[in-house]
Design a protein around this ligand. Structure first.
Ligand SMILES: [Zn+2]
Length: 396
């Protein structure tokens, strides 16, 4: 289990150029190998690595890039290809891995053992033998204290041009909470991010973050202003920069909300947390074939919440707080009456569950949460405790 801490770093102008140089070289190497694959070459990470020597001869500038960063490029490509083949094998039709576009910073991943931190300065090596090297090692000023020991450091740059170092470390040994059989089940949803129902019979509602609405309005405004400018003009470019800055702020705000919500979720008293399997949700499933009715809702879920990211956060925070996390099939949990088991269609826009059989009237999400908990308690199937919720989707 890895924990990540992202820390802003300050670098000199020269060091920023060094980072730009190295990331551009890594990206070019990545894209070049991808282009070979696109034109039908077979992928083998072993063979690809062997070509690095040739690549260095063709482009001697690669020698100025720290070698481990180049190795990482092959690893990343391998991950992308493996993910692609895994999905093909599962009968899906995934898109081929994509090129890394030029305006984006190609993340530089350093293995932790090769890095040193000297009084709040992270030293990122560059490539090349002998002295002087073409680029001296990058000395990045850390604005926070990194966790020690760390396993890996990823260097990124945001839309505003700030650099960050993300330290990945092994989580502290968590203190497992005594399992008293109590559990709380959450329905992850559209209007409220999460609705919980616990074995003690209490409801928990997490959500109601509305700041993104304000951001959306700003973004729409900037776009509208820009549409009146001539493409490529000074004002057009200025507004583009502003647009990027505001969307970056929005993204950060949302992440922050998700962090807070997941922290809240995992701090509840119950010793087990139960989530419905996201892969079965209407809103996730229907991403390819969006109907008029679900379109608005769907967009709000995909863009505004980021449920997958949220589940990841819940996952590692649960672990850190010593809670058990279970992910169970949530098939029909929104369609079934939690009072009598009656089943009816529940399109996404129906926010209240009205049961024609027993007369139950209940909030849609609360009804689902009750069903998820009931199903978990009844153990309607083997639900192994999940370590990695997202990579293994259970079909149905
Ligand atoms: Zn009923």
């Amino acid at each position: 289990m890895l924990l990540a801490k992202k820390i802003r770093i300050n670098v000199s102008r020269q060091d920023a150029e060094t980072l730009e140089f190295m990331q551009a070289k890594c990206r070019a190497l990545y894209n070049w190998h991808l282009s070979q694959l696109k034109s039908g070459a077979k992928w083998s990470v072993y063979d690809a690595k062997k070509t690095l020597q040739q690549s260095r001869q063709i482009d001697p500038e690669l020698n100025a890039v720290y070698g481990k960063l180049l190795q990482e490029v092959f690893f990343r490509l391998n991950e992308a290809m493996r993910g692609f083949f895994r999905r093909v094998k599962a009968g899906e039709t995934p898109g081929f891995p994509r090129y890394h576009p030029r305006p984006k910073f190609f993340t530089l991943k350093y293995p932790g053992v090769y890095l040193r931190v000297e009084d709040q300065t992270l030293i990122l090596p560059t490539g090349g033998r002998g002295k002087p090297k073409r680029f001296p090692d990058v000395r990045a000023k850390l604005t926070e204290t990194p966790p020690t020991p760390f396993r890996e450091v990823a260097v990124t740059k945001d839309a505003e041009g700030h650099y960050y170092a993300t330290f990945l470390s092994d989580a502290d040994e968590s203190h497992p909470q005594a399992d008293d059989g109590s559990a709380i089940a959450y329905d992850l949803g559209i209007k409220t991010l999460a609705t919980g129902y616990s074995t003690t019979g209490r409801f928990v509602h997490v959500g109601g973050f509305t700041t993104y609405r304000w951001y959306n309005k700003q973004l729409d405004r900037i776009r509208a202003l820009r549409s009146h400018c001539q493409k490529g003009s000074r004002r057009y470019r200025y507004l583009t920069r502003v647009y990027h800055r505001v969307s970056e702020q929005k993204r950060r705000k949302q992440r922050d909300s998700l962090h807070k919500a997941s922290a809240f979720l995992t701090r509840q008293a119950e010793s087990a947390i139960v989530l419905g399997d996201l892969s079965q949700q209407q809103m996730v499933q229907k991403s390819r074939n969006v109907t008029k009715r679900t379109k608005g809702l769907h967009r709000s879920v995909q863009n505004e919440w980021g449920l997958y990211q949220f589940v990841q956060m819940v996952q590692y925070k649960a672990q850190r707080n010593g809670k058990k996390l279970y992910v169970i099939s949530e098939r029909y949990t929104s369609k079934e009456c939690s009072g009598c088991g009656y089943r009816q269609e529940m399109p996404l826009w129906k926010r209240t569950y009205h049961c024609p059989q027993c007369g139950l009237v209940m909030d849609r999400d609360e009804n689902s949460a009750r069903n998820i908990l009931a199903r978990f308690l009844a153990r309607l199937g083997p639900y192994p405790e999940r370590d990695d919720v997202l990579s293994t989707s259970s079909g149905i």
